[in-house]
Design a protein around this ligand. Structure first.
Ligand code: SAH
Length: 366
């Protein structure tokens, strides 16, 4: 990301209202530029900004006293004026397949969830961009509770730091914004968070994926504010009739508009958009759907992730049989379309796609 792009999207911290302690400055709420300004306001040399950022983002310091690269008197005087917020781990669940679900409590008492998913080669962290979600997709538990609020950039990036502290000191290789919320509805804070995750925490941008339900006009903004990151689009249906029904966002951005945005999306060389396709029994899983999906996939450099629906209590949808999922995949593959079945992880701890709700109730049973 070049400096020009950054300056155009990130307003100073004070304007964004993120100095949350009346008396003390939250160092984690500061952008890199804010930090440089803050350090110079304190009369400290510029390299202190870099040191502090390194301790917060690379070493996960959650207290100024931990920044031992600063002298003790300096730490003490800094601690009189500033502090470092950190997410509180309100709960942590591990499932048999190694998936870890964190319930993080924010400073205002709201909660969000993040899920750490290990597989042979990767350690992927799925993070949230909002408390709740306004998009109301019929198959998603997060959408049932509506939107509470947007997350601040530091609350998004902090999920990575907290997961590293809590479970993965051996480093997270991939980040996906597929937790709670619609990232493109909170793009300014998401862009700043992505800057911190890639530049300060140092996760390679090519290993970061932003997933959208299809907010078509904002999709084209993403590469301007967060170049290099991958885009995933939750397609989930192949006709407007079905998509209108399962994803209300389709009434505003129907398939024609969404697919045009996908075609116009400036992909880097050898990169593809990922289409996610949640498979709902007898809703979007017919052979005709698979054939229409082939046509869609041929319009856009893309690959398809088939996600068998993860059921939750009170939901009207069911997961198709394994046989149906494999047949559906075969239609795509036979037509030369890359289609993987995303194995569900962590479903017994309600950590799988669409099962995040951050409700206390989801944690109280065991
Ligand atoms: N709002 C963003 C990111 C969050 S949802 C988006 O819509 O892409 C992440 C993925 O989980 C989406 O692809 C969504 O379609 C899928 N999903 C939601 N509920 C699900 C469920 N119950 N079972 C399986 N996948 C689900």
């Amino acid at each position: 990301m070049d400096d020009h792009a950054r300056q155009s999207t990130v307003r100073p911290a004070r304007q964004r209202g993120i100095i949350i302690d009346m008396e003390k400055t939250n160092l984690k709420a500061l952008s890199e530029e804010d930090m440089r300004e803050y350090v110079s306001e304190l009369g400290l040399p510029g390299y202190r900004a870099k040191q502090i950022l390194k301790w917060i983002y690379e070493k996960g310091a959650s207290n100024i006293s931990e920044i031992t690269e600063l002298s003790k008197p300096l730490r003490e005087s800094l601690a009189e004026k500033a502090y470092i917020s950190s997410l509180k781990v309100a709960d942590r669940r591990q499932s048999a397949d190694g998936t870890v679900k964190f319930l993080f409590e924010l400073e205002d008492g709201n909660c969000v969830e993040s899920v750490l998913i290990p597989d042979e080669k990767r350690l992927t962290l799925c993070i949230s961009s909002q408390v709740g979600c306004a998009m109301a997709c019929g198959f998603c538990l997060t959408g049932k509770g509506g939107l509470k609020r947007n997350l601040k950039a530091y609350e998004i990036a902090d999920q990575v730091i907290a997961a590293m502290r809590g479970a993965a000191p051996d480093r997270i290789t991939n980040i996906v914004l597929m937790g709670m919320g619609e990232p493109l509805n909170n793009l300014e804070e998401v862009a700043e968070a992505l800057w911190r995750i890639t530049r300060l925490i140092k996760v390679t941008a090519r290993r970061v994926t932003v997933s959208t339900c299809g907010v078509a006009d904002k999709m084209l903004e993403l590469p301007k504010v967060a170049p290099q990151v991958n885009l995933a689009v939750s397609l989930n249906a192949t006709t407007d009739e079905v998509r209108d029904r399962v994803m209300p966002v389709n009434r505003k951005y129907p398939l024609k508009v969404l697919l045009e945005a996908c075609r116009n999306y400036p992909l880097q060389k050898r990169r593809r958009i990922t289409f996610e396709y949640v498979m709902l029994d007898h809703v979007n899983d017919t052979t005709e759907d698979a054939q229409r999906l082939v046509k869609i996939a041929r319009q856009v450099p893309s690959k398809i992730n088939l996600i068998p629906f993860n059921e939750f209590e009170g939901c009207e949808y069911k997961s198709p049989s394994e046989e149906r999922v494999l047949e559906f995949q075969a239609v795509l593959q036979d037509a030369g379309v890359t289609a993987l079945i995303r194995k569900s992880k962590g479903s017994e701890i309600l950590a799988a796609c669409g099962q995040l709700s951050a409700r206390a109730g989801a944690y109280s049973s065991s």
